[in-house]
Design a protein around this ligand. Structure first.
Ligand SMILES: [Zn+2]
Ligand SMILES: [Zn+2]
Length: 356
């Protein structure tokens, strides 16, 4: 396969300034593959890190963001026999350093050498997928079946992150009463996963009627618009006063953690997927007195992107419904604006580095 020495990439030049530049096409290291990027989705993390750099982020003028992408393998590092040229693949962002204690225990998304000693998080600490080509270590690459298209495959990290959350809270959701707060992309996917894992009931709480309707399409058994109903009252009524087995907070709202704590049953679990922008206040005495648990996840750990590919291929989860817009690389800024402003009902916006 012919690989051009130069490629087009969206380089972060200054706060909120992405510029399409010609840069050198990267070369794969011994355990890497070179991927021709077919689709790279915009994430709220991207909005945050282009506005204000995250820890470990490379300097302005050299950094290519984008961590949710899919594509075709076009070149192999010298030791790679896990993939072949032409393979269609999805990726996860995080490669741990593989030498810190967390990495050795399998918690590579929480690597203690973040941004150092061989750790890579593509699109965060190393170059990502808002480019025509990108290099990935083989440990972060997953083959996708023909039935999965590149756009939906670009959302694998979202599904992987949600699956990692379910796994972290103990897994096995069959028969559980699950509440999801916040109908953003992760919240909507959490509803789908809860149903795929045979939750008795998946309830979606939010403030935007249009997003709640999408949740209903994707399988939510009950939607609760906070402007119309008191979510806590509804959950307690539906569970005969006991509360939910699992509450997933994915809104990032400052009042939502308290709502989640109140909604969980005794011994119930609370999973925090959203990152609030400000400190929150919550009544922790409810937690201790009722033996409730709080879990957090960052990223798509424990190789859950591989499980995500399986789940997606099974047809039990639909990610295509979340992709509302696509733009060529040249219009990436418009893509970011569309995603940020939810213009035209935008949920997930995908960028195509080779046009289309
Ligand atoms: Zn993301
Ligand atoms: Zn590490």
């Amino acid at each position: 396969m012919k690989i051009p020495p130069k490629m087009k990439a969206a380089v972060l030049m200054a706060p909120n300034l992405l510029e399409i530049n010609e840069v050198d096409t990267p070369l794969p290291g011994p355990a890497d593959v070179l991927i021709r990027v077919e689709a790279c989705a915009v994430c709220s993390s991207d909005l945050s890190l282009i506005a204000k750099p995250w820890v470990g982020q490379p300097p302005y003028g050299s950094f290519i963001p984008g961590h949710e992408y899919s594509g075709t393998v076009v070149a192999l590092g010298e030791t790679v026999d896990e993939f072949k040229v032409g393979d269609r693949v999805a990726v996860e962002a995080h490669l741990g350093c593989m030498r810190c204690r967390n990495c050795r225990l399998g918690y590579y998304t929480a690597c203690l050498n973040y941004g150092k000693k061989g750790h890579r998080a593509n699109g965060f600490t190393t170059d990502g997928g808002f480019a025509q080509y990108v290099v990935n270590h083989v440990n972060t690459v997953y083959p996708i079946p023909d039935a999965v298209d590149f756009d939906e495959a670009s959302l694998i990290t979202n599904l992987g992150c949600v699956l990692y959350g379910f796994e972290t809270t103990g897994g096995y959701v069959v028969g559980d009463y699950v509440v999801v707060i916040g109908p953003g992309p992760l919240g909507l996917i959490a509803v789908e996963v809860a149903k795929a894992l045979c939750a008795k009931r998946a309830v979606l709480v939010g403030t935007r009627a249009s997003r709640l309707e999408v949740g209903k399409d994707l399988g939510a058994d009950r939607i609760i618009d906070i402007h119309q109903e008191d979510p806590l009252r509804v959950v307690l009524e539906e569970t005969r006063g006991m509360g939910a087995d699992l509450v997933i907070e994915s809104s990032g709202g400052v009042e939502s953690p308290q709502m989640a704590i109140a909604m969980a049953k005794r011994m119930g679990k609370i999973l925090l997927l959203g990152f609030p922008e400000e400190p929150v206040s919550a009544d922790f005495s409810i937690l201790g007195k009722n033996n409730k648990f709080i879990y957090t996840v960052r990223g798509e750990g424990w190789a859950n992107c591989g499980r995500a590919v399986s789940l997606l291929a099974s047809g039990k989860v639909n990610l295509r419904r979340l992709i509302t817009h696509s733009f060529p690389l040249e219009q990436i800024s418009e893509g970011f604006e569309t995603f940020k402003g939810r213009i035209g009902g935008a949920i997930k916006v995908v960028v195509h580095p080779h046009g289309g």
